[in-house]
Design a binder for this molecule. Structure first.
Ligand code: NDP
Length: 325
């Protein structure tokens, strides 16, 4: 077990964290980066990326993150495959602990721990998680080749996942609680024009139906309630993908950095600064609205530039104090 001190510590290795790392390394601040629970972040569970500028052809999410990580390594960022489980941010230097027992301290901290998929909270959903219930079509879609699946949600993620699943499944039923999709028009058009897709409007998943064979649970159907007519139907289905949004990964910072009611870190207007001097937040952990790889990279860059300024001012203060004493 080691103790490591750095001027800048970055938490998270998605687009925000890696961009912050590249910028702080190039500014000569010798940053250290802790990967977190999902190295490479949410882009590693995406397939086609068509909207990250700079690539005329479609690229793959995992490939893009590998490139960012290699770019960060090439400019000298030191990385740790660790997960932060404790944080003491009330005094400086900030102190953090990894799940393997390593401890970290730092003069400034960039939090880019991202967000993770939300679940509906049904008991049956939990029972069949990993056995036909998933929150990642690109991870698990392959297992449903030639089968019928459902996607829950009406946002961009749900529609993208439904479209992706049409590559594998014979039929995709999108279950949405309203009669208007939240997803972008272009995605809606693609969805509604796809013959493999059926949308169940004004509907919610009430229960996952399944069986247990040889001790292995398996999804066989779903109970769906129409929220207007209150009609309840049981529909045979092989897999269910829940795509109803995300929760920021901020549990470890509770009570130490101001966050909103959903746990997103609050940053000052036009800035990545939190209310705690020296702590900055970038990417999905502080962004409930845009949540794009390119905006995450943008705020990662902002955080790096703000940290640089903060450390310069801190150094100047320390030098002035030393001269006075
Ligand atoms: P969103 O919050 O946009 O959508 C969540 C969807 O799930 C909504 O349709 C919502 O319904 C529904 N929902 C939420 N809670 C429940 C519940 N308990 N029961 C049933 N349905 C529920 O999340 P997304 O993950 O889709 O997108 C997040 C952000 O990421 C967005 O800003 C999106 O634009 C962006 N994104 C962009 C992509 C791209 O540009 N290629 C790809 C993926 C995401 P309702 O509509 O009724 O609120």
């Amino acid at each position: 077990m080691a103790h490591l001190h750095s001027t800048v510590l970055i938490l998270g290795s998605g687009a925000a964290g890696l961009t912050a790392a590249i910028y702080t390394a190039r500014a000569g601040l010798d940053p250290r980066l802790v990967h977190g629970i999902q190295p490479g972040g949410q882009m590693t569970i995406t397939t086609d990326v068509e909207n990250y500028p700079g690539f005329a052809d479609v690229i793959q999410g995992p490939w893009l993150m590998e490139q960012m990580q290699t770019q960060a390594e090439n400019v000298g960022v030191e990385m740790f495959p660790d997960i932060i489980v404790e944080a003491d941010l009330l005094t400086t230097p900030f102190k953090l602990k990894g799940d393997g027992g390593n401890t970290y301290s730092c003069d400034s901290l960039i939090i880019s721990t991202g967000a993770q998929a939300k679940w509906l909270g049904l008991e049956s959903e939990q029972k069949y998680q990993g056995f036909g219930v998933s929150a990642c079509a690109t991870c698990d879609g392959f297992f449903f080749r030639g089968k019928e699946v459902a996607v829950i949600g009406g946002g961009n993620t749900a529609v993208e996942e439904a479209l992706y699943l049409t590559n594998h499944a014979t039929k995709v039923k999108l279950i949405h609680r309203r009669e208007i999709l939240r997803a972008e028009k272009i995605l809606q058009d693609r969805l509604l024009n796809n013959k493999k897709v059926e949308v169940l409007w004004n509907s919610v998943l009430a229960e996952v139906i399944g069986k247990t064979d040889l001790n292995l649970p398996q999804v066989t159907g779903m109970r769906v309630t129409n929220v207007q007519s209150r009609e309840v139907v049981d529909i045979p289905i092989d897999g269910i993908f829940v795509a109803i949004g995300h929760t920021p990964n901020t549990d470890v910072f509770k009570g130490q950095i101001p966050m909103d009611e959903e746990g997103y870190l609050i940053t000052k207007p036009d800035s990545t600064a939190t209310a705690v001097p020296g702590i900055y937040a970038a990417g999905d952990v502080q962004d409930r609205i845009f949540r794009q790889a390119v905006t995450a990279a943008g705020t990662g860059c902002m955080a790096a530039l703000e940290v640089e300024k903060y450390l310069t001012a801190l150094n100047a203060k320390e030098i002035a104090a030393a001269e006075q004493s």
